[in-house]
Design a protein. Sequence first.
Lengths: 112, 823
Amino acid sequence: MRLVVAIIKPFKLDEVKEALRSIGVNGLTVTDAQGFGRQRGHTEVYRGAEYQVDFVPKVKVEVMVHEDQVQGVTDAILKAARTGKIGDGKIFVLPAEQVIRIRTGEMGPDAI
Amino acid sequence: MTGRPAEELLAHLRELDRANAPVRQGRAVARARAAIVDEELRDLYGVAGVPDGVALVALGGYGRGMLLPGSDIDLLILHDRVKDIDRVAERLFYPLWDSGLKLGHNVRTVKECIAEAEARIDVASAMLDARAVAGDEAMCEAMVTSIRSVVRRSPKDFALRLREDAADRHERFGSVASDLEPDLKEGAGGLRDLNALGWLAIALDGEDLEALTDSQLLGAREADAIDEAEEFLIRLRSTLHLVTGGRLDRLVLDHQPAIAEMLGFEDDTDMSAADALMRATFERGREARWVVDVVFERLLEPSADTGTAIAATPEAVMAAFADAAESGRALPLASLEAVDAIDLPEGVVWSDEVRDAFLRMLRSGRAAAAIEEMDRAGVLVRYLPDWAPVRYRPQRDPFHRYTVDVHLLRALGGMEGLLAMPGDDPMAREAVGLVGDRDAVLLGALLHDIGKDGTGNHVVIGESTARRALERMGIEEQTRELVRFLVGEHLLLSDTATRRDLTDENLILSVAARIGDPERLAALYLVSIADAAATGPHASTPWRQTLLRELVAKIQHVFERGDVGADTADTLAERTEALAEVLVGEDADEVARFLADLPHSYVVTVPPEEAAIHFSLLRAELDGLEVRTAESVTGVEQDTVRLSVVCTDRPGLLAKIAGALSLSGFSILSAQVFTTESGVAVDVFDVASTFEGDEVGEERWRDFRGTLRKALDGRLSLDYRVKEKRQYYPAHRTAIPVEVTIENDASDFYTVIEIGCADRVGLLFDLTRTLGELEVDVHLAKIATYGGRVVDAFYVRDVVGRKIEDDEHVDEIRRAIAARLAE
């Protein structure tokens, strides 16, 4: 089992969600996230008032999948979240040791 | 000792619940339940071999003789220093524990009880309700008398502690008056608040609430209201216990539909059964909370202000609230009671006097509180019938925490706060300074969700409801229009900020066009943040604020600057319409395709007549390297010509066109480069003949087209030909320094490269060639000539469409340009 964690641009969330749904992913977790990578922060100016934006708003999507679904899921996210511009985000794939469905106690792949 | 009595007890309780449907589980059933428990406990006590000097005492709710299905049975073993009391306790409690009954249990002497009660108010109040179930009644009586004397020493101190305790509790548990998942027991307006009135009555030497009515602390109507509220809340809480099989006191979303059905609520066209249940709950909760607050206030802060007489007219009532609001205080209780007695007509007619008083209240800085008081006095919906559908209306989404009406009043309160003291948000500060019409932003906050009446799209409904309401109120037209805009667009900024690509220039221009001007943007921003803050913690996170500010700053820049035709952003719709008009008679599908293919910056900068020319140039599909051009003599100045070049976009196109123009004897005054969605370049140049007074005939254009086509085909080298041509024109005599500035703050979407240098043949060719080599994409070039000096400004982006912010890249551009110009 793998946990696929994708950091994407907020406005790409709907497309990513749709793309994942269309390949049969029926559960994911979404969190508002902030951070920076190559796309560093910037300064906003409104009528002379300045804001330093150190962390850029992103959305974090987490999906738990079987090993053999990883490619499909990452491809789907890649395709849906890509604008070609800086700040498109990243995808991490992590090994997952265990999954437990709290309601039933099912474990492992059954609980995905 | 066996567990038999406990098992019997459980069986009796089950029987009671079977015999009583949830809708009947009010106080009567709760009393019956307590009686059953009493009886079984007496049996148990009788066989437990309890020595003298012991009493089994019921506390809390059970002490008051009421037990709900999931309530703890609060018991105290009161004793007079009996030896081995622990053993006695074990014999009494074990059977109950073993059977799975939920027990609150304690073992204390009378003295210990009194000490505890002195220290902790929750213990004191629980023991005020104590009664002996079995054993030494006199000892229990004595204990209760002592506790009562503790609180009766100073009823006001006790009342103060009760109120503080309640405030802490409300902080933790929220409110039954508005929370979507209210805690029926501990929340504000919940059962414990009602119990507190009972304790207060005891502290005032009474036995029950009658003591409060007798001492004028509680009005008859108020007593009825809390009596009804208590019955309702007990029924609801009992049902919740039955459904969850436990003592859950928070009415969570999951259980609401089932409980609504059990209690006989039904789905309606504008409200589901679950929502109707919640509305009923909020209504009771709010009544309870108001009454409890008022009773404590009458006792603790008795006002000498007996209120002035209020005439029974809409003018006088509104004026009374306005006067109080202006003097920064609530309407005195006496006046509130007077208003309560006045029966205003349904749908009050807003005379000028009513309106002026309302506006005074609106501007007072405590309008939100005053309007809530009006609602409490039952008069708000008389003035504003549109308030009725949002009153107590629950909202089911992950963001909203409050009912619609509470949310609206909080938003108004938030707006009052912003206007008075914008706090540490510099953007809000600037926006407040920019908003001239404060009435409008206050009304916008108050009415933004007025369309949430359950019948459809709340924004659309809200816009017309707000318009209707403001007309009836006789609000000035200009203010009305701004409020209508604020209500109709109140989601625009936050939705766009969180769901759309803020680097998309088309998007920013469209939003700017929809908003129109900086004041409206500022007003809308203020409404957006007041709305978010009044919604709940999830709507107003730093994450959302960052996105919102980025959007607002970008829109403001569009208003402030003339780049990419920004000052005409507000005419985008107008221009699109004009363009469609010019193309009337053309195939509608073709026109629609053409319009959809164009970037917005094109629509706002290129005049419709010219766009019509491009439309005909683009009608037939372009064939590979094909170049089409059109010239018109309506250039920017006299003797200038506007030239359009259309062909499939390719690298270095701009440089090649510039080179070909140069070779054909044209000077370029400005260049604008557009690329359609389908990858066609539409380049527009203002050109003049290099030599003054030189006629430009068709021959010259043919020459230019031929040169360009050959250059694009690779059959002609512009490079050496331009160099060659340049040799015939002497360089300027005075040396003009080369200045290159690269600016990233000037535009949200482009890096602006400004190059000041000496004019020369093929200058634009050289500069664009250099930029092209570095994968810099030119969107717009403006060329200004001052004598022999030229200042070229290029609006550029890098190969993937972002601004050029990498220092190395910037530096390389600077060097490359300098080197090219030194050639």
